[in-house]
Write a new protein. Structure first.
Length: 663
């Protein structure tokens, strides 16, 4: 039987099966030959038949250890770990000092993801046979699985500790290094990730894998230009070797880097080449879907994610990618369902949980308070406080309540007034990307006497085409800038249009048109247009040019600023970013010139800065200040300053309709 033993040792299981099958024809009762035949059958791809063969042998030799352990092991070959577990439990009770039984039990527990117990038993196996390499290998994979479980539960320090312990038995182990680098990427510790990839790069192939990883690390570190350099380097290296899988991974990273750098035309050409070379490949579809997300072609993204899922329903990219594409398409409930499906397949997956938390934050009941103190160079001082609450009943319908108290006083002429504004709001999503928002209420203003007027604000908010936003609206409000204007009971009816056009090359154009009819029979027309360019993404830095044009039908300068023609042009810059994960900042400034009718041009300047801190997932606060000397409701030469505090508190962690979603 020696030739057959050698075949089993070398892994030639099909040859071994033929050999022992032939041998048993002449010696059918040979126990060793039957055992070897059963192993050959099971390891060559038919574990169920092996179980039957070993079961027959167990009937003949009920207390034979070798037969029993092979019988148990056949369940591991067949991935029937739940059936194997009690069998191994019984075996280690009878044979606690048998290395094969103890190691088999450890491997069974590992396959059941019972890693804590698996570590205990693999250590027992190593104690029985300290030099056995297979036990050390089993321990390595138990640690890898255990570490992955910790990482999935966001216990990153424990996961890293287990991975580092692998190096005690296998210094610079490749699997451990890759897993360690991945944890550093997840935790955005990109310097350690790059350092780990450098340790991995000990051969040409491994260097390419490492460079691909470092390109991703640079992207996470928000250094996309460097990421593209790394990806291009890896691409040039992989062309010199023959490794199909590594070539795919490298080309994949290269196209991703093009997309990260907004080189969409180049990315599209590369994807078209890949579609010819790798037809019907999910990773190429994922690239096209990603390109669609970055260029706002969400329908294309959904089509590609659907194609991915049709081929592989358990694809992480397909499931969570589709969730993001559906959300970007304003199809919120299907986006929720796709995210839930991702979590069903990938338990506790961080990105899927974060996506659901983001959706929950948008539709959880909310209370906000906004306090502001304003003053100007016309001796007007105002203090206001607005408290509002919103309650989304579904992803398509939301109600809101608001109450504002505002008091204003002129310290020079001792004119005082106060106003109380109470409103109720209803928001309807008529279809994806089309919403109707309505607010109605009353404004009660008090000075020496008082009056009450209805107020109203109705908007149709749409995205008619890709990268375009259009709002049509009507607003009825009471002029309340200062005490004198409140006393005059001027009702303004605004008919407005807001339009924003974005592009894939960082340029944007915003336009606002407002026609106002007033109760004093005056009318105003306003045009504001802004051409802007995004210089950076993180922090988001935007610069641009603004132009404003205002006309009034009647000029009543002694009552309020109402020129026949007013023009203003300015240059502005706006920056927004994060000081930390919980603290955000914004700052903007604009300067230029304004001209009132035929008066000389005068300089204008305005600025605003704010800081927002999330004290928890449900509670945040924003402090801000702003200044402007642009002409307003009083006159040119006007200076206005405001300081304020905004507090936001989410009433719970989930939407009221969360339980109704099909999870």
């Amino acid at each position: 039987m020696s030739p057959g033993f050698k075949m089993l040792e070398k892994g030639d299981f099909e040859k071994a099966e033929s050999f022992f099958e032939s041998y048993l024809q002449s010696d059918p009762e040979n126990k060793t030959a039957n055992l070897c035949y059963g192993r050959a059958v099971g390891l060559s791809g038919d574990p169920k038949r092996a179980t039957v063969l070993f079961g027959s042998l167990k009937d003949q030799y009920p207390n034979d250890y070798e037969i029993t352990i092979n019988y148990n092991e056949s369940f591991l070959w067949d991935k029937q770990y739940n059936k194997a577990k009690p069998l191994y439990q019984d075996l280690v009770e009878k044979y606690p000092d048998k290395f094969g039984a103890v190691l088999g039990y450890a491997n069974t527990l590992s396959n059941l993801k019972e890693y804590k117990e698996a570590l205990v038993w693999v250590n027992k196996a190593i104690a029985l046979n300290p030099e056995n390499e297979s036990a050390k290998v089993s321990k390595k994979y138990i640690r890898l699985g255990y570490a992955n479980e910790y990482v999935n539960n966001q216990s990153y320090k424990k996961g890293i500790k287990l991975l580092l312990e692998i190096f005690d038995d296998f210094p610079e182990d490749k699997d451990a290094l890759l897993n360690l680098a991945n944890v550093y990427l997840i935790t955005k510790n990109t310097d350690k990730a790059k350092s780990t990839y450098r340790r991995y790069a000990t051969s040409k192939k491994d260097s390419i894998t490492a460079i691909n990883g470092m390109a991703l690390a640079e992207h996470i570190a928000e250094k996309d230009k460097e990421a593209l350099k790394q990806a291009e380097f890896a691409k040039s290296m992989v062309s010199e070797i023959t490794d199909a899988k590594l070539t795919e991974q490298t080309l994949n990273r290269y196209v991703q880097a093009l997309i990260w750098n907004r080189k969409y035309g180049d990315a599209k050409k590369e994807i078209e080449k890949l579609e010819k070379t790798y037809p019907d490949s999910n990773w190429v579809r994922a690239l096209r879907a990603t390109l669609g997300m970055y260029t706002a072609k969400f329908k294309m993204s959904i089509e590609n994610y659907d194609a991915i899922l049709a081929k592989d329903s358990a694809s992480f990219d397909g499931n969570l990618g589709k969730a993001n594409a559906l959300f970007a398409s304003d199809r919120v409930v299907p986006a929720y369902k796709a995210a839930f499906q991702t979590l069903r397949i990938f338990k506790n997956q961080k990105d899927a949980k974060g996506f659901i938390e983001k959706l929950n934050g948008m539709y959880t009941p909310l209370v906000e308070d906004h306090a502001a103190y304003t003053f100007d160079n016309g001796n007007n001082v105002a203090i206001s406080n607005t408290i509002s609450a919103s309650l989304p009943w579904s992803t398509k319908f939301k109600t809101s309540l608001s109450y504002q108290y505002r008091t204003t006083e002129n310290s020079l002429i001792l004119n005082k007034a106060e106003s109380h504004v109470a409103t109720i709001g209803l928001d309807f999503k008529l279809m994806p990307n089309v919403s109707l928002n309505g607010v109605a209420g009353i404004n009660n203003s008090r000075f020496e006497t008082s009056y009450t007027q209805p107020v109203m604000n109705i908007k149709l908010v749409t995205k008619p085409f890709r990268l375009q936003n259009l709002e049509l609206g009507y607003q009825r409000e009471i002029q309340s800038f200062n005490a004198d204007l409140i006393e005059r009971e001027i009702v303004m009816s605004h008919y407005g249009l807001n339009y924003n056009l974005g592009t894939n090359f960082n340029l944007g154009w915003y336009t606002q048109l407002i026609h106002t009819q007033q109760s004093d029979e005056n009318t105003r027309n306003l045009l504001f247009t802004s051409l802007y360019y995004s210089l950076m993404r993180k922090p988001a830095l935007k610069i641009g040019l603004n132009y404003q044009y205002i006309t009034f039908a009647e000029q009543v300068p002694t009552i309020y600023f109402s020129p026949e023609i007013y023009r203003a042009g300015e240059f502005f810059a706006d920056v927004r970013g994060n000081f930390s994960e919980k603290t955000k900042f914004m700052a903007s400034a604009a300067t230029g010139i304004q001209k009132v009718e035929e008066d000389p041009q005068t300089p204008i300047f305005r600025a605003e800065a704010g800081l927002t801190h999330d004290f928890s997932k449900r509670f945040s606060a924003n402090v801000y200040g702003k200044y402007s000397n642009i002409a307003s409701a009083t006159a040119a030469g006007f200076e206005f300053t405001e300081m304020g505090l905004k507090i936001k508190w989410m009433l719970g962690q989930k939407p009221v309709f969360y339980a109704k979603l099909d999870k």
